[in-house]
Design a protein around this ligand. Structure first.
Ligand code: ZN
Length: 428
């Protein structure tokens, strides 16, 4: 279909927990365009975040549309129903045009044996030596391996198909972008597994434009990547090669690309990502989230006065509800309790001391990753403050906006899409 929605090559998912930063976020994309790279904004907010804040997806739509109009953004933009399933998708159907179909819970659920057998029979090309352009070492695969992988993923992919068709029925073919996410699971998918997964997705006729595998290493909330950067680099490049191969072989969408979840603040892998994108002339969707909420807090603290006082109050509350706040995120945060300063000590801090502790500058000796992670999951505290928090957001808007835009542009768009200052050429 000629006018089906199509996700451009480079896109950045931005989360806006309190729906006050859409303009500042869009400004970062405008700076990207001025610097020579077109990065499309996608506002993402999961059902869980909406539940914690007590907000509705339609409010995210209003905030995004307003920013687009005010800043006269004429390129595409999207609204992502992040990590939805059949139970949660309903309220996202109208306002959203991008759906991240989350089937991670079904990974490993044994599939119908006859379907697994059919899959293996249908895909004899997946056994033996598999040569993929762009991957140096060919994959060795056999019948048992394909059978095992199919058995592990087919039930999840079938469910993705059900969810996709449910959305399609309601929104109409071509009126939304579909992503399948498999990141919220225990073990990473290898590139060979990804190939089998893509074959199954093509069989099921799910026209995904992005796929979010789980990569090797830890993608903790709000902090840098933890893991073997070399291993990640190889895997990321191989995944891109596999996608290129699968697009040709199975007729998947020609703009299909990787989606990197919890992609914010992963500074040590941005250069490898940038290099791989250049090498393959490939696109990527970098999904960020809580990094903007932390910039709100940094902006409040930087503003001083009532803003700083509120930032301190939020920290005190977050610390006293530490378990309750951190348990739901236990697998994606690493907080050292002993490194968390006492609220009384924090009370004596200046604006600069507070912002240095939580701004993501690892070179700053005052940077405290435990405090940053606790506050990252502490947005529930601000949500409880309700109008008092929102009022201060409005009063300190210029200083917050500067932090939100600067964080997205300097620390995310620049290294991923434009390349580091060390002279890596920009993507085009
Ligand atoms: Zn995710």
């Amino acid at each position: 279909m000629a006018d089906s929605l199509r996700l451009p090559k480079y896109s950045i998912g931005v989360g806006d927990r309190f729906a006050h930063q859409a303009k500042a976020q869009l400004q970062a994309c405008i700076q990207g365009a001025q610097a020579g790279v077109e990065v499309i904004p996608v506002w993402n907010k999961s059902n869980r975040e909406h539940n914690i804040i007590g907000s509705e997806p339609s409010e995210t739509r209003c905030a995004a549309d307003r920013a687009i109009a005010e800043l006269k953004w004429s390129k595409p933009y999207f609204l992502d129903a992040d990590h939805i399933n059949l139970n949660t998708v309903e309220r996202f159907l109208k306002p959203c045009d991008f759906f991240t179909i989350d089937v991670a819970d079904l990974i490993g659920k044994p599939a119908d044996p006859s379907k697994v057998n059919d899959f293996v029979k249908r895909h004899s090309e997946l056994t033996g030596t598999i040569e993929i352009p762009g991957i140096e070492r060919s994959f060795e695969s056999d019948h048992a391996f394909v059978h095992k992988v199919a058995n592990k993923y087919l039930a999840a992919i079938e469910e993705a198909g059900r969810i996709y068709r449910h959305i399609e029925q309601r929104k109409g073919t071509g009126n939304f972008i579909a992503e399948v996410s498999m990141d919220e699971t225990d073990s990473p998918q290898t590139s060979a597994e990804l190939l089998i997964i893509l074959a199954a997705i093509a069989d099921d006729r799910i026209p995904i434009q992005t796929i979010a595998p789980k990569f090797t290493g830890r993608f903790n909330k709000g902090v840098d990547y933890v893991g073997d950067v070399n291993k990640f680099s190889e895997e990321f490049a191989n995944d891109i090669a596999v996608i290129g191969h699968a697009v040709e072989r199975y007729g998947l969408a020609s703009n299909l690309k990787l989606s990197v979840h919890s992609g914010s603040d992963k500074f040590s892998i941005y250069d490898p990502i940038h290099r791989a994108l250049r090498r393959f002339d490939a696109g990527v969707h970098l999904k960020t989230a809580g990094t903007t909420w932390l910039e709100e807090l940094i902006g409040l603290a930087e503003a001083g006065g009532a803003g700083l006082a509120l930032a301190k109050e939020i920290y005190r509350e977050a610390l006293s509800h530490c378990d309750e706040l951190t348990v739901p995120y236990a697998s994606v945060i690493d907080i050292e309790r002993a490194s968390l300063p006492s609220p009384d000590a924090v009370n004596t801090w200046s604006s600069e001391h507070f912002t240095s502790a939580i701004r993501h500058d690892q070179a700053n000796p005052a940077y405290n990753s435990s405090m940053r992670q606790l506050l990252h999951v502490g947005f529930k505290v601000a949500a409880k403050l309700g109008p008092r928090y929102l009022q201060l957001l409005r009063e300190t808007e210029p200083v917050i906006a500067k932090n939100v835009t600067g964080n997205l542009f300097d620390r995310h768009i620049r290294p991923v899409f434009l390349g580091s200052a060390s002279g890596t050429p920009a993507l085009s």
